[in-house]
Design a binder for this molecule. Structure first.
Ligand code: PEP
Ligand code: MG
Length: 534
C-alpha cells in the first residue's frame, strides 16, 4: 500500500471529506491534429462551435433553472463572434481548427489569469469551460465526468462548476491556488463542503484516495484508516438546534442578541429551519444571476425574493442589491479593470448601469408586498449614492403603480464596508439601517486584497482597526437611533464574537452551518466580551 503523504494548505471551509481524486481535466496542444485547408478548418471550427451550442442548449433544457442560467451564459459567450474570429486569424496563419481554437483561447485565458484579482480569474475559468467543450467537439474526446463523492483537485474551481455539482455524496475540494476569501469558498462553507486552498502544485494520480482534513488545514494522499478516524473524530458538530428559537439568544449576563442567516443560494433555504434564525440578514444576489440576461430578468429576481420572504415568514429578509465588480464580476456585463475592488463596484456599477438597478428595484418593490423585506446597498461611500438609489426606487414604484401593479417601499439600508462611510455614519441619516461588511472593510483598511493569499497576514492584522471602526460606528448609529449589525465573515467566527459584542453589536448575520458554534460562544460570555462569571 502507498505511504500516506500529507499536503499542508489553508482551510477555506472546515470539515472532513474523503474520496477518489477527480483531477481537473487539462487539454494540451500536442494532442491536436494538424489542419486541412483554411476553408475546411474554418468550417470545422464553426461546426464545432454550433455543436457545443446545441449540446449546451440540450443540457439547459433538461436542467433546473439555476443550472440553465449558467449554461445560457456559456451559450452567449460562444455566440459572441469575437472568440471565433480570434481563432480564425490563427487558421489563416496555418493552424488547424483545434490548435487555432486552443491557442486563441489559451492566450486569452493566460492574459486574464495574470490579473491579481479574482474578478478576472473567475472569468478565466468560464473561458476554460467553453474552450474544452469546443475542443471536445473538434477532437471527439469526451468531457470528463465529475463523479459525486470525488475530491476535486485542480488549480481553481469556478462557482458554476461548484453549483452544478452534486455534493450530497460527500467529497471535497483541494486547490493548488484559490483563496479562503473567494466566493467559491463562501459557497463551500455554506454547504459544508470541506475545502483546502493554496496547497501549491503537487502530484497525485486520478482516482487516488485523498482525505480533505480542512479543519486541520491539510490533505492526506493515500490516508490510512487511522488518519480518517482521527480527522473525523475532531469534526465539529454544527447543526442548528431549537434552543435559539427565532434566532434570539442571550449572553450570560442577559443581553439579547439576534442571529439571522446569510444566504448565498436560495436552494440552501430548503435545508435550514427558519425557526432557528431571526430571518435572513444578508441574501447575496450576485450568485443568483449567471448571465447578463438573468441580471435583467425581473421575474426571476421576483420569484427568488418571494421564496426568501416565504421562508422568513414574519421575520425580516434582507436582500442585498447586486454587488458586481471586485471579485464578483458577471462576465458579459462588460468586465473591465475599472470594476476592480477599488473601481466601479457595487452601488457604483448599479448607478453607472441604472437599467440593472431598475430591474432589480422593480422586483424588490413588488416582492416587498409579501413580507418583511429590507434592501441592502453594497459599497456605499457617500450619501449621494444612497439618495440616487432611493430616487430609482421611488420612480420605479410610481411607474409600477401606473401599470396597476402593487408595490411597497422596503426599508433601504447600507453595507458599511468602505472606510470613508464607516467613519462618517452620522452623515447617512437617510439609511434605514446599517450592516458592517467586514470582509471588505478589513481589506480596505489594510490595503490588502481579500483574495490574495500573499497578503493574508496583513489582512488579518487589520482586525484591531476593524474592531475600533465598528465600536465607533455602533455609537454613531445608536445616536441616530438606527439599527446596526454585521454580516461579514467575522460574525461567523467564534474567535471574533467577544470583541464584536464588546464593541456593541447585537445583530449578527451568520453562515447557517456556523450558528451552533456562535450561539454557544455567546451563551458562554458576558456582554463586555469577558467569560461567564459565577
Ligand atoms: C463583506 O464585505 O463583509 C460582505 C458581507 O460582503 P461580500 O463578502 O459579499 O463582499
Ligand atoms: Mg462586501
Amino acid at each position: 500500500m502507498a505511504e500516506a503523504l500529507e499536503i499542508p494548505g489553508v482551510s477555506a471551509s472546515p470539515g472532513v471529506g474523503v474520496g477518489p481524486v477527480h483531477l481537473a481535466a487539462e487539454f494540451t496542444a500536442e494532442a491536436l491534429a494538424p489542419g486541412d485547408t483554411v476553408a475546411a478548418e474554418g468550417d470545422r471550427l464553426r461546426q464545432a462551435v454550433a455543436t457545443a451550442v446545441a449540446e449546451l442548449e440540450a443540457l439547459a433544457y433538461r436542467s433546473d433553472e439555476e443550472s440553465a442560467g449558467i449554461l445560457d451564459f456559456q451559450i452567449e459567450m460562444l455566440l459572441d463572434p469575437a472568440l471565433v474570429e480570434m481563432a480564425e486569424e490563427r487558421i489563416v496563419a496555418g493552424d488547424g481548427a483545434a490548435l487555432a481554437w486552443f491557442g486563441a483561447l489559451d492566450d486569452y485565458i493566460a492574459g486574464i489569469e495574470e490579473a491579481p484579482d479574482e474578478q478576472l480569474r473567475a472569468r478565466a475559468v468560464d473561458i476554460v469551460d467553453i474552450r474544452n467543450r469546443v475542443l471536445s467537439a473538434l477532437t471527439g474526446r469526451p468531457l470528463e465526468d465529475f463523479a459525486p463523492g470525488s475530491v476535486f483537485v485542480g488549480k481553481d474551481l469556478e462557482p458554476s462548476l461548484f453549483l452544478a455539482h452534486d455534493w450530497t455524496a460527500g467529497g471535497g475540494i483541494v486547490l493548488f491556488e484559490g483563496s479562503a476569501s473567494s466566493h467559491v469558498a463562501m459557497l463551500a462553507r455554506s454547504r459544508s463542503v470541506p475545502m483546502l486552498v493554496a496547497t501549491g502544485r503537487f502530484e497525485v494520480a486520478a482516482g487516488a484516495r485523498v482525505l480533505v482534513d480542512a479543519s486541520n488545514a491539510r490533505a492526506v494522499i493515500a490516508p490510512d484508516d487511522g488518519h480518517v478516524r482521527e480527522a473525523k473524530s475532531r469534526k465539529p458538530a454544527v447543526r442548528p438546534t431549537a434552543s435559539r428559537a427565532g434566532g434570539a439568544i442571550q449572553t450570560a449576563d442577559g443581553v439579547a442578541i439576534r442571529l439571522s442567516a446569510i444566504m448565498n443560494d436560495p436552494r440552501d433555504l430548503e435545508a435550514i429551519d427558519p425557526a432557528s434564525f431571526a430571518g435572513i440578514g444578508l441574501m447575496r444576489t450576485e450568485f443568483l444571476v449567471t448571465s447578463p440576461a438573468d441580471a435583467f430578468d425581473e421575474e426571476k429576481h421576483y420569484d427568488i425574493y418571494r421564496h426568501a420572504l416565504d421562508w422568513a415568514g414574519e421575520s425580516p429578509a434582507i436582500v442585498r442589491m447586486l454587488d458586481l465588480g471586485g471579485d464578483k464580476t458577471l462576465p458579459g456585463l462588460g468586465a473591465r479593470r475599472s470594476e476592480s475592488f477599488m473601481g466601479l463596484r457595487g452601488i457604483r456599477l448599479l448607478l453607472a448601469r441604472p437599467e440593472l438597478a431598475r430591474a432589480q428595484a422593480r422586483a424588490l418593490l413588488r416582492a416587498a408586498v409579501h413580507g418583511n423585506l429590507g434592501v441592502l446597498l453594497p459599497m456605499v461611500t457617500v450619501p449621494g449614492e444612497l439618495d440616487a438609489m432611493r430616487a430609482i426606487f421611488e420612480e420605479e414604484s410610481t411607474a409600477l403603480g401606473k401599470r396597476g401593479l402593487q408595490t411597497r417601499m422596503p426599508e433601504i439600508g447600507m453595507m458599511v464596508e468602505v472606510p470613508a462611510a464607516a467613519l462618517m455614519l452620522d452623515r447617512f441619516s437617510r439609511s434605514d439601517f446599517f450592516s458592517f461588511g467586514t470582509n471588505d472593510l478589513a481589506q480596505y483598511l489594510a490595503a490588502a486584497a481579500r483574495d490574495d493569499q500573499s497578503v493574508a497576514a496583513l489582512y488579518d492584522a487589520a482586525t484591531p482597526a476593524v474592531y475600533r471602526v465598528i465600536a465607533q460606528g455602533v455609537a454613531l448609529a445608536e445616536a441616530m437611533n438606527k439599527p446596526i449589525g454585521i454580516c461579514g465573515e467575522m460574525a461567523s467566527d467564534p474567535r471574533h464574537i467577544p470583541a464584536l459584542i464588546a464593541a456593541g453589536l447585537r445583530q449578527f448575520s451568520v453562515a447557517p452551518n456556523r450558528v451552533a458554534d456562535i450561539g454557544s460562544t455567546i451563551g458562554g460570555m458576558c456582554s463586555d466580551g469577558g467569560p461567564r462569571r459565577r
